[in-house]
Design a binder for this molecule. Sequence first.
Ligand code: BTN
Length: 249
Amino acid sequence: MNFLLDLQKIKKAVNVSGEIILIDEVSSTQDYIKSLMPSEVFAVIAKSQTLGKGTNNRRFYSPSGGIYLSVVVKGLKLDELHFLTPYTAVIVSNAIEKACKVKTGIKWVNDIYLSDKKVAGILTETSISGGGLDYAVIGIGINAKRQKFPHFELNLPTSLQDECLDFDVNDIVIEIVNGFLNIDKEFKDKGFMKTYTEKSVLTGKTVTAVRGDIAYKGVVKNITINGELVLDIDGEEMRFISGEVRLEK
Ligand code: BTN
């Protein structure tokens, strides 16, 4: 197993025009890369973060031995933005599968699961002005090294080291970065959405989904090709375009 991020190895294997920066420690790669905008920086990778950000203002625990990566995406239309997180989830899931030779799943909308536990999360942030997208920053956090995780309320965490026999963190970063190079082509036919729905770990499971202040308990029928979560609540169908779900035992 190799947990040591190596910028030369990564740069050699990817064909991006923008800059890739590797830093030992930063508060958050999201905030750091945003502070560099506008620029030609494509990705910032950190070996650890002191204030890693998760979705819904939560913290993302980011000790050394993980992969903390933020990538800039430009040129998308506003109505394409809600596909960015599913697109990234498919890339990250595929990257882990290829590098670690394991099967991963996706927990709607932004978590990568391995052995029924969360191994990675995605945070998508956008800067919009004049009715168009300036840029999107997609943050990806992967638990690589075995950790003693702090208390988590929503998803039981795990690490690649806990679940995989062998991997090199650089191979995972390389696969992810390369995944973003084809984004224009992939976004044309949205073929990745089929993979996204098929990889869902929620289908058939009982969950609680939260919309506003109200929690809805039901069975997940499916995730649609548009990325909606379809819940069966006592025979009534309810669709969620965004939100958060908790898996019930
Ligand atoms: C989540 O699971 O809620 C999303 C986690 C996203 C974490 C990544 S790590 C790299 C980037 N920098 C951050 O501060 N957050 C994202």
